[in-house]
Design a protein around this ligand. Structure first.
Ligand code: SF4
Length: 708
């Protein structure tokens, strides 16, 4: 409890932050949450990290939006100066006026320029029901598939490779399966910061004797628990992974029976890998060949080995190739389909799995039904009773490029509706992204704070936080979990589902979901029908009773399937498809002008763009200022000192911030968290995209660092 405040009620819910999906109990006094306890959830068993334990008070911050805002005439759309007063830019409005302006502006653009002139970003921080209704609004009300969310910035390449290889974009085994692993291969992930409770299960496994292999250009805290660390050169993931695959084949460690019965494409992969011996790849990835062979042997010969990865793998122009290699590693060793094995992309936000499942992506309807599959399209046209567009829409970065397209471009984006996302902080090359958002003829932002994106809006709609509404979220383990409201939204802020319905009405849609909790249930039940192949057995009533059910779950009797692919893969052939990957260099290599590599990421205490955690008293007290991390030798070489200030510049922008010593950051590299608006890391990053997942290369671009 905070201070000596006693609670007068407790409410069971889910942590609002990361994809681990820890269950919590809010302790409430009046209209204030005063404490939180970890609940006995399947993902956390009572454990919480510092964000879950102390990060709840942002909902009571005085910056909360409590009334709709409308931009004053003639005020330019640009980032505010530090300390700017919102009253100089916006005026308060009634809900009636704000909604009429918000929906009316979009309607006008659709009438004048057609449905492709509009786009929407939903949110992985909202509920499944909000994600489902948002994509339905864009697909029916706007009339196109220009709908996306932050999955495009985190695991879109993982999903592309997984759908292609194993026929499903979600994890094969829950994190807690590491309990049954003899070897845990963690690559491109910093779980002690980003999925802290998940990391505790890994550390527990190491304590009982499991071998952790940590492969990452930065050696982070989990390295202290690792059996082997592979600090490979940033950008050389495919060289490293192909070398491991080569060694497995070369040393006769292929699981022949598994390959014969459940794999396709092995002969092509083996031929491709001939050129990727550990000895040939060692100079490229920076890991000695004997170590590569030792790890390959240990992985292939482990009774159970599991692969977990994060955005260090996915956020590259070769992110899909990286995951293709991981799929191949699990497949040719037969390390999939049993407890303690499999493939686990650690999902970032609390509901990024669920928002993707619900169809908040431009090429997929709910449950990953392709919009350009005539059968799937016809099913949804019949289900929703409306004609649908069969052309995939634009992705996050493409939409902002299209906002700056010439007027003659029939696909120029002119109006947007953004619910709970903050692309003016989270997108790459922020000067471009902010210019694009500021150039829109009409921008509606629905959020709980006046975020960097909201400052560029024409209309701002004050929404509800996770702790103020009922809804479900699906965690990284495919558990659908129920969140309950602890307090009411402040002032005139409203539940997002209510706002979505008003926007739909303004766009001419005749929706009648009830305004109370039964409306949430009605949307969930509609979504359940749309996703019958995954969650048919998870009814609303069952969620009310059980609180957390894992999918696939196809009937009321089905307990849910935490481990999939036990007997077949959901591909056309029933086999895992291997796709060889070659070496594709990062889009922007260091050179004489910009000689260092920038890697961006997160910190333990701060969450994504910082709009929530930087307004949490305890979390912001622990990490109050933006820092850039470099190792001691690199700082000395550049004449820099820890605690001093540095200016970091790329071809796209520059930031000034404090330096922190981190000897886990390799030579020639600087690491920046992206949560700090005063030193926004994404001013520097490159918007080059992976061609398959359309994910930007946040993990690699060229910068120079100098004393500020
Ligand atoms: Fe919340 Fe993730 Fe921490 Fe669990 S690990 S308490 S879900 S932030």
């Amino acid at each position: 409890l905070v201070g000596s405040q006693a609670m007068d009620r407790s409410v069971d819910s889910v942590c609002p932050f990361c994809g681990v999906g820890c269950l919590v109990t809010w302790q409430v006094r009046g209209e204030k949450i005063v404490g939180v306890q970890g609940r006995d959830g399947p993902a956390n068993e009572g454990r919480l990290c510092v964000k879950g334990r102390f990060g709840f008070d942002y909902i009571h911050h005085p910056d909360r939006l409590t009334a709709p805002l409308v931009r004053k005439p003639g005020v330019p759309k640009r980032m505010p100066e530090p300390g700017a007063d919102w009253r100089d830019t916006f005026r308060e409005a009634s809900w009636d006026e704000a909604l009429a302006l918000a929906a009316g502006g979009l309607l006008q653009l659709r009438s004048a320029h057609g449905p492709k002139a509009l786009a929407g970003f939903g949110s992985a921080k909202g509920s499944n029901e909000e994600a489902y209704l948002f994509q339905k609004l864009v697909r029916i009300g706007f009339g196109s598939n220009n709908v996306d969310h932050c999955t495009r910035l985190c695991h879109a390449s993982s999903v592309a490779a997984l759908l292609e290889g194993v026929g499903s974009g979600a994890v094969s085994n829950p994190v807690r399966d590491v309990e049954f692993s003899d070897l845990i291969f963690v690559i491109g992930s910093n779980p002690t910061s980003n999925h802290p409770v998940a990391a505790t299960w890994m550390k527990n496994a190491a304590q009982r004797g499991a071998k952790i292999v940590l492969a990452d250009p930065r050696i982070t805290d989990l390295g202290a628990h690792a059996w082997r660390t592979l600090q490979f050169r940033a950008d050389s993931d495919v060289a490293l992974l192909n070398a491991l695959l080569h060694a497995v084949i070369d040393e006769g460690l292929v699981n022949e029976a598994f390959v014969r019965e459940r794999v396709e494409g092995f002969d092509e992969l083996r031929a491709h890998l001939a050129a990727f011996s550990p000895e040939a790849m060692a100079p490229i990835c920076g890991i000695a060949a004997p170590l590569l062979r030792e790890v390959a042997r240990a992985f292939a010969s482990a009774k159970n080995a599991m692969i977990l990865w994060g955005m260090g793998v996915s956020q590259h122009v070769h992110g899909t190739d990286n995951v293709r290699c991981l799929i191949a590693l699990a497949a040719i060793t037969g390390q999939i389909g049993r407890p303690g094995t499999g493939l686990h992309p650690l999902r970032g936000q609390n509901n990024v799995q669920g928002a993707s499942d619900a169809g908040l992506i431009p090429m997929m309807l709910p449950n990953y039904q392709r919009v350009d599959d005539p059968g799937a399209l016809a099913w949804f046209e019949n289900f929703w009773g409306q004609p649908l567009d069969g052309e995939p829409g634009y992705t996050v970065v493409e939409i902002l490029h299209k906002a700056l397209a010439p007027d003659a471009d029939p696909h120029k984006i002119r109006g947007m509706y953004i619910m709970g996302e903050n692309p003016a902080m989270s997108d790459p090359d922020l000067n471009h992204a902010r210019h694009a958002l500021g150039s829109l003829s009409h921008l509606v932002v629905q959020d709980i704070f006046l975020t960097e994106t909201a400052w560029l809006a024409d209309v701002v709609l004050p929404a509800s936080s996770w702790m103020e509404k009922t809804g479900t979220a699906s965690n990284t383990d495919r558990m659908v979990q129920l969140g309950r409201p602890a307090v009411a939204p402040p002032g005139d802020a409203r539940a997002d589902l209510w706002i979505l319905q008003q926007m739909a009405a303004g766009m001419g849609l005749d929706w009648h979901y009830p305004g109370d909790e039964s409306g949430v249930a009605a949307v969930y039940e509609e979504m359940r029908l749309a996703m019958h192949g995954a969650i048919a057995g998870i009814t609303w009533d069952r969620l009310l009773c059980e609180g957390s059910v894992t999918y696939p779950c196809l009937s009321l009797e089905d307990p849910g399937q935490p481990i999939v692919f036990r007997e077949r893969f959901p591909t056309a052939s029933g086999r895992v498809r291997l796709v060889p990957a070659g070496l594709v260099p990062g889009d922007e290599q260091p050179d004489a002008d910009y000689p260092l590599v920038l890697i961006t990421g997160r910190q333990l205490e701060h969450w994504h763009t910082g709009s929530m955690t930087r307004r949490s008293e305890v979390l912001d007290a622990i990490e109050p200022v933006a820092t850039a991390s470099m190792n001691a030798a690199e700082m000395a070489r550049l004449g820099l000192v820890a605690g001093g200030r540095a200016r970091i510049a790329s071809r796209r922008g520059s930031v000034e911030l404090m330096l922190r010593r981190d000897d886990g950051t390799p030579d020639g590299t600087v690491f920046l968290p992206f949560a700090y608006r005063e030193a926004a890391a994404n001013l520097l990053t490159n918007s080059a995209l992976d061609p398959f997942g359309k994910i930007p290369e946040f993990k690699y671009c060229a910068v120079r660092v100098a004393k500020a």
